[in-house]
Design a protein. Structure first.
Length: 143
């Protein structure tokens, strides 16, 4: 697959659509090498509190190979054309939540869209712009 999400990304809040409270900022550091993808996201809330999430998966469609903050998650990540579809199910109290996130890059590779379509967050869209210069991106890709 020619798509590679490696880089440092910052949310473009004016192009994004959130179902809950709109954050002040969202930053993601993504390392994508071969079949492995690791995304570390920091969401800064209006009260200036931060939520940090680390997600890891294999992009070959293999079931139950994903981790969220180091814990196993039921689901998979697979390619549909040039889009990566990350699907997972998580237990929250007595309810099981379904997430199906479609990741795609703009043709120039400078914009990443993370869109929920047919899941419990349907309608949410996070648009992120590549941050920093090429040197920063190459450096993060080599870690």
């Amino acid at each position: 697959m020619s798509v590679n999400f490696t880089g440092i990304w910052k949310a473009n809040l004016s192009r994004s659509k959130f179902l809950g409270p709109v954050p002040v900022a969202v930053t993601a550091k993504i390392e994508h090498s071969g079949l492995e993808l690791r995304a570390e996201m920091v969401v800064t809330k209006a009260d200036e509190g931060e939520e940090r999430v680390v997600f890891q998966c294999w992009t070959n469609g293999e079931q139950d190979k994903s981790l969220l903050n180091g814990r196993a998650v039921r689901g998979s990540a697979r390619w549909e054309g040039e889009e990566l579809v990350i699907e997972s199910w998580m237990q929250m109290g007595t309810r099981e939540l379904h997430f199906c996130d479609y990741w795609s890059l703009s043709p120039d590779g400078r914009r990443l869209s993370m869109e929920h379509r047919k899941d419990d967050l349907a309608g949410q869209l996070t648009v992120l712009d590549r941050a920093g210069g090429d040197a920063e991106i190459v450096h993060s890709a080599n870690r």
